[in-house]
Design a protein. Structure first.
Length: 460
């Protein structure tokens, strides 16, 4: 099938590459000419495991191409996927300017039947707006061409995006046009893998499904984070509690890891947008408001642990930070907890040395030449001379360091583990003063929680 992918960010590039992998003829459009230049010269503008191989294979096969030529993109695909950003506006609502600009371009230039697919995460009612823009543009030209608008929200996770797309647990299609549904069904047939994974519904329900999924996941995390803070007060261990409640299949152990707050380009913005959508309908989403407030506070928990130990004035104190990306296996730092932690420490006069396997370039772009902030080439080099090590992202390579060497590097053997990647008793046995998020105090080890502790990446 001929597919045009409008927007070659995390979602567009992965979707385009994976659809090409299934034999489709995909043309990816972006208004960012630099991105297109990188892609055309064989590079990948983002860090996403496995994506480079899929892109290279399909470019070589002639099934995946890139362009910044809008007319060429509109002419190419019967299926026109819109996968552009929907960032939060100042009031928290989703900014639809890029989605509607993409739709306007299609309406302005289309000459035959198109299925316009909203792949971006968009509020309920957006398909109606896209439809109106298309009709308006066609009307201006006095050129009645048939089209359909479909909602096809994306559920991939960064860091596992290719795998998630190739092996989806569900494919949601919101449409009221039989011809469009048949085309979408045919497009996704190879991803069904002998199982019906395609769920068709009306457009509005599909649009709401995406927000409902992210809001539910964010709620689980904020709830566990609040319980973790309570566990700290009460001398309990959140990891044991997680296993205790997660064995109930109605709850499940996945995506229930306490930590230093959720970040990324989706949860924070989608929670905000859903609250805003509901407010527009006169409904206050009480639970979701609390989820957001709890997460804002949670991102400050590591900084507060530092202040409790070292006092309010951190002048002369130096901290090592492991992890800048909002989660492992990505260089994305949108809404990353590391940004809050670094701001908190620097604003109190401390200096920080950070290490991340892939996000240092992005951090330099974000922080510029921020005084007091430096970067190291290895985790151990970052720890050199630090008064404490703060773990902010649960990269695999942080999980089993040489603790003896680590202790020798640090000025004080303090580990503040914002992702619960270490077994507290094991680390304490090396003489570290260890604090996780909601973990049992020293001398309270027991049960089997340590062995399974802190696997948010794996459990997600
Ligand atoms: P992104 O910022 O990485 O990429 C968006 C791209 O669209 C950019 O390259 C931008 O230059 C391009 N663009 C903007 N306007 C354009 C236009 N008119 N024509 C062509 N290109 C244009 O964004 P993303 O992370 O891929 O997210 C895209 C959408 O998918 C958002 O709505 C997001 O909420 C949703 N989503 C994201 C994820 C994720 O993990 N990142 C997962 C599921 C859904
Ligand atoms: C999320 C959704 O999972 C995905 O379905 C949607 O399409 C896009 O948004 P993503 O933001 O890429 O994906 O990563 P995810 O693995 O969900 O993690 C989001 C944040 O939650 C990260 O900061 C992570 O550290 C945090 N998290 C995740 C926890 O704190 N605890 C957990 O148990 C899981």
């Amino acid at each position: 099938m001929k597919v045009s992918m409008i927007g070659t960010g995390y979602v567009g590039l992965v979707t385009g590459a994976c659809l090409a992998e299934m034999g489709n003829d995909v043309l990816c459009l972006d208004v960012d000419e630099n991105k297109i230049r990188i892609l055309e010269s064989g590079g990948i503008p983002i860090h996403e495991p496995g994506l480079d191989a899929v892109v290279a294979r399909n470019v070589k096969a002639g099934r995946l191409r890139f362009t910044s030529d809008i007319a060429r993109s509109v002419a190419h695909g019967t299926l026109q996927f819109i996968a552009v950003g929907t960032p939060p506006d100042e009031d928290g609502s989703a900014d639809l300017q890029y989605v509607l600009a993409a739709a306007r371009n299609i309406g302005r230039l289309m000459t035959d039947y198109k299925v316009v697919v909203d792949k971006s995460t968009v509020p309920v009612g957006t398909a109606d707006k896209v439809r109106a823009v298309l009709a308006e543009e066609l009307g201006k030209r006095g050129n009645p061409v048939d089209f359909a608008v479909v909602s096809n929200p994306e559920f991939l996770k960064e860091g596992a995006a290719v795998d998630d797309f190739m092996r989806p647990d569900r494919i949601v299609i919101g449409a009221d046009d039989e011809r469009a549904i048949l085309l979408m069904r045919a497009l996704y047939a190879p991803f069904q893998r002998n199982h019906e994974r395609l769920i068709t519904m009306d457009v509005r329900s599909a649009e709401l499904t995406k927000y409902a999924a992210n809001a539910m996941l964010a709620t689980r995390i904020s709830f566990m984070n609040e319980l973790a803070l309570l566990a700290e007060r009460m001398g309990a261990d959140i990891e044991r509690v997680r296993l205790g409640i997660g064995s109930d299949p109605r709850i499940g152990t996945h995506f229930l890891y306490a930590g230093a707050g959720y970040g990324g380009s989706c949860f924070p913005k989608d929670v905000k947008a859903l609250i805003h959508t509901a407010a527009g309908e006169g409904q206050q989403l009480e639970v979701l408001g609390a989820v957001e407030r709890a997460n804002d506070a949670q991102k400050r928990v590591l900084g507060q642990k530092v202040l409790r130990r070292f006092g309010d004035d951190l002048a002369g104190k130096h901290f090592a930070l492991w992890g800048l990306a909002f989660k492992p296996n990505t260089d994305d730092m949108r809404e990353a907890t590391s940004r809050v932690v670094i701001d908190d420490l620097l604003s109190r006069g401390a200096t920080v040395c950070a290490y991340d396997p892939v996000a240092i370039t992005e951090a330099k772009r974000i922080f510029g030449d921020r005084p007091g902030l430096s970067y190291a080439d290895t985790p151990l080099a970052a720890a050199d001379g630090a008064d404490a090590l703060l773990v902010v992202t649960e990269w695999m390579e942080f999980r089993s360091p040489d603790f003896t060497e680590l202790k020798a590097k640090l000025r004080q053997p303090v580990i503040l583990d914002g992702r619960n990647i270490f077994d507290p008793e094991f680390v304490r046995a090396f003489g570290f003063d260890y604090e996780g998020i909601g973990r049992a105090p020293a001398g309270e080890a027991g049960g089997n929680a340590g062995a399974d502790a802190g696997q948010p990446g794996a459990g997600a």
